[in-house]
Design a protein around this ligand. Structure first.
Ligand code: HEM
Ligand SMILES: *[C@@H]1O[C@H](CO)[C@@H](O)[C@H](O)[C@H]1NC(C)=O
Ligand SMILES: *[C@@H]1O[C@H](CO)[C@@H](O)[C@H](O)[C@H]1NC(C)=O
Ligand SMILES: *[C@@H]1O[C@H](CO)[C@@H](O)[C@H](O)[C@H]1NC(C)=O
Length: 472
């Protein structure tokens, strides 16, 4: 009896020692220098659940702001099983952007990889990234927009709104997604039959970036699964088209053709490049459109000024049947651009940007070990009262007289450096075109319950319902 007693005391003591050593190692990871301050949370899950708590639309991540006030602008944590350093200092962010693809590379947490497929095309670096970026920019940048995209974009917005007029209430987010997908798909793959095109649209519509509600909600896992299935289906459709084009040697004037002809990108990248564009465009831009309309409906002064600007454009238009032109967008929409900038700032789409270190990096006296994740919390800048007076106020006039820039030390909604969002101008133009048709042709109201939350991506728990009717 005594013997058993002694043995069990010894075993318990051993277990306690092992666990505390494990815990100690977990909390104090190896580092050839001084780690940033912070806590690593529980073994294995780290502080993941805390990081993913949802918060109010008018807030920035409480997870980050709490630790920032405790530890300063750089701190360590563990999220998704990865040791991670969170950065909130804009100078450090600029430094990270500067060392893109040398000390830091883009990298996604595993949860995203599960949806998109574990595919190294997603985290393309170096030469493939350069080619990827150049093609995307040619397509989505000012030249591509002006020559290839604006016409279809304009018609889709015009028809999309017309189809909803006087129908009662509809979900603006979904309507916006659908009109974006409708004009983008033929530009990506121009030789799909009507049925195949409808089918591909349906698949893209099923793919959602706002699948995350909570780890414990069934709808999270359902929509995760839906997105997973959709992403596989899209890849299959594209690879079939790719195969048949290779066999027949046909050429088409579309993005798939351009990527196929690139000498660096192999099939894997061709498929990725073709399907990533609608996915990146659809959820982001539809959230922007929904929130812009919401802000406009609740700010009568903004609405009147916007209406004045767009009615003046209409009056000056020679061919009354033509849509929004590139020149009008460039020269005659200065207030619209202020509204869009202010919406981008407040919507504050990306809570953090993901990077991984390729080597040990020393920044501001701290060492970030090789292989750690680095989260750039650019979103905190946009709600910082030291930068933006009354940051929660929707005030387009704060942008008056300022150049429209996609990047500055106080405005990083599109990221920065080599990975700066190539869809920035596309998104701005798409919002401007929808607003143009909306304010010049329709009276509109937004449902009272159209609220926004952050989970932490922006989502609309009750949808974004509105109704529109033609102005007499
Ligand atoms: C308001 C809308 C949008 C916002 C706020 C936004 C935001 C961002 C951000 C922050 C990044 C950088 C990610 C990083 O550095 O880790 C990014 C990258 C990217 N965005 Fe956007 N985006 C928007 C719209 C679009 C649209 C409309 C498209 C395509 C039509 C697009 C395509 C892309 C692509 C392809 C990348 C990857 C660039 C690269 O890896 O070099 N985005 N976006
Ligand atoms: C639009 O801009 C052009 C070029 O600056 C100008 O000539 C024209 O009068 C403007 N139109 C309106 C309606 O403001
Ligand atoms: C940034 O904005 C300017 C317009 O101010 C535009 O010409 C340029 O193409 C944009 N850059 C990107 C990457 O979208
Ligand atoms: C916070 O954001 C919501 C959008 O969901 C908006 O309706 C509300 O007025 C905002 N509140 C404040 C205090 O700015």
């Amino acid at each position: 009896m005594n013997m058993i007693w002694n043995v069990s005391i010894c075993v318990t003591a051993l277990v306690v020692v092992l666990i505390s050593r494990w815990w100690y190692r977990w909390s104090n990871p190896k580092c050839n220098g001084k780690l940033p301050p912070g806590t690593m949370g529980l073994p294995i899950i780290g502080e993941t659940l805390d990081f993913f708590k949802s918060y109010g639309f008018n807030e920035t991540s409480p997870f980050i702001s709490k630790r920032m006030s405790r530890y300063g602008p750089i701190f360590r944590t563990n999220i998704f099983g990865s040791n991670t350093v969170v950065v909130t200092d804009p100078d450090v962010m600029v430094e990270v952007f500067r060392q893109e693809n040398t000390a830091f590379v883009f990298s996604l947490p595993d949860a995203f990889g599960i949806v998109l497929g574990k595919d190294d095309a997603i985290v393309n670096h170096g030469k493939t990234h350069k080619h990827f970026k150049q093609i995307t920019l040619n397509f989505l940048g000012p030249e591509g927009l002006k020559k290839k995209l604006i016409g279809g974009m304009d018609r889709a917005a015009c028809e999309g709104l017309r189809s909803k007029a006087s129908l009662g209430s509809f979900n603006l987010k979904e309507a916006a997604e659908s009109l974006i997908i409708k004009h983008l798909i033929p530009k990506l793959i121009s030789n799909l039959g009507a049925e195949a095109q409808e089918n591909l649209m349906d698949i893209f519509m099923a793919f959602n970036l706002d699948w995350y509600q909570s780890f414990f909600s069934l709808s999270t896992w359902k929509s995760l699964y839906r997105s997973f299935t959709a992403s596989r289906a899209v890849k299959k459709v594209i690879s079939n088209v790719l195969l048949s084009r290779k066999e027949s040697g046909e050429k088409h004037d579309d993005i798939l053709n351009t990527v196929m002809e690139d000498e660096v990108l192999d099939d894997k990248y061709v498929i990725f490049q073709t399907y990533v564009i609608p996915i990146a465009a659809k959820d982001t831009t539809s959230v922007m459109i929904s929130m812009a309309v919401k802000y406009i409906t609740s700010n009568p002064k903004v609405y009147l000024e916007l209406k004045r600007e767009h009615n003046a454009i209409l009056q000056n238009r020679v061919d009354k049947n033509s849509g929004v032109s590139w020149e009008e967008y460039k020269n005659n929409m200065s207030f619209t651009k202020m509204v869009i900038n202010e919406t981008l700032r407040l919507v504050n789409m990306a809570p953090v940007m993901f990077r991984k270190t390729l080597v040990d990096v020393t920044i501001q006296g701290y060492t970030i070990p090789k292989g750690w994740m680095v989260f750039l919390a650019t979103s905190l800048l946009h709600y910082d009262p030291a930068i933006y007076e009354n940051p929660l106020e929707f005030n387009p006039w704060r942008w008056e007289g300022k150049d429209v820039v996609n990047f500055s030390k106080s405005f990083m909604v599109f990221g920065g450096g080599m990975r700066l969002c190539p869809g920035a101008e596309f998104a701005r133009l798409q919002v401007a075109v929808v607003l143009h048709h909306l304010v010049t042709n329709y009276d509109f109201t937004m449902a009272q319950d159209s609220e926004a939350t952050r989970t932490p991506l922006v989502s609309f728990p009750n949808g974004m319902h509105m109704s529109i009717s033609p102005i007499n």
